[in-house]
Design a protein around this ligand. Structure first.
Ligand code: FPP
Length: 245
């Protein structure tokens, strides 16, 4: 599709994406913000497909943060409606494509129809063995770490754990991406953020400790598979040392 040559031997196993810029995209076109989210959803679908084609095993998208509740009720409700539309209309295709959907975040406080649609999607895709597509919903990195600390504190209180057992691995296991949760995913090698903003905004704070960060100026609805490959090529050009030499 592009003249970029990606090194198939060095594909990231896990790519995470901060899909930013839907609102600005809509504003530029004189459209309501929700039109931007709708276009963003279409862009997201193409990136899911393309991740699978590239042999990426885990894709995580930041769809709704713990802070996004501060937006107008119309926008919040609209985003969840889009989510329901997406999972209901694409479930068959996700199953056919062997995609396993997981949610990172406490989705129990979402509207009831969104919870129902998500649970159906999780159930119907749980035995798939292809791409794992993690949707971060009502997700915040600090909230996730706070929950892990609380769970560990509870284990210590019960006498199931000693303070000296609180290793990095033990904390990692309690995160939404950890082995004690069914969203288990390795740490992302690559985190992409679109729309020219250069910050993590509470996304994968623990898991992103050594992730390569790639920023694209493109607004999320315009982020094509070609842009995606460009971001991966940039990742492949980096020299990852993990604090070593
Ligand atoms: C960031 O753009 C985007 C979001 C907060 C929502 C992401 C939602 C989608 C991509 C579509 C819906 C898909 C699902 C799975 C719910 P922004 O609104 O912050 O853009 P701005 O910074 O330009 O205002």
């Amino acid at each position: 599709m592009t003249d970029l040559i990606l090194d198939r031997e060095r594909m990231p196993l896990h790519v995470a994406v901060i899909m930013d810029g839907n609102g600005r995209w809509a504003k530029k076109k004189g459209l309501p913000r929700l039109a931007g989210h709708n276009a963003g959803m279409k862009a997201m679908k193409k990136i899911v497909d393309h991740s699978d084609k590239l042999g990426i095993k885990y894709l995580t998208v930041y769809a709704f943060s713990t802070e996004n509740w501060k937006r107008s009720l119309a926008e919040v409700t609209g985003i969840f409606k889009l989510l329901v539309t997406y999972v209901n209309s694409d479930l068959k295709e996700l199953v056919e494509n062997n995609v396993r959907v997981k949610v990172l975040g406490d989705y129990s406080s979402l509207p009831a129809d969104a919870v129902r649609s998500l649970e159906r999607t999780l159930k119907e895709t749980e035995n798939n063995t292809g791409l794992q597509f993690n949707i971060a919903l009502n997700y915040g990195g600090r909230d996730e770490i706070r929950r892990a600390v609380e769970a560990i504190g509870e284990k210590i209180r019960r006498g199931d754990m000693e303070p000296g057992d609180v290793t990095e691995e033990a904390i990692g296991e309690e995160l939404f991406t950890g082995r004690l949760h069914d969203g288990f995913s390795p740490d992302p090698e690559l985190i992409i953020r679109t729309s020219g903003e250069m910050r993590l905004s509470n996304f994968l704070l623990w898991q992103g400790a050594y992730s390569e960060l790639v920023f694209s100026d493109v607004l999320w609805p315009d982020f094509t598979p070609e842009e995606y490959e460009r971001a991966i090529a940039e990742y492949q050009s980096r020299d990852r040392r993990f604090g070593g030499r």
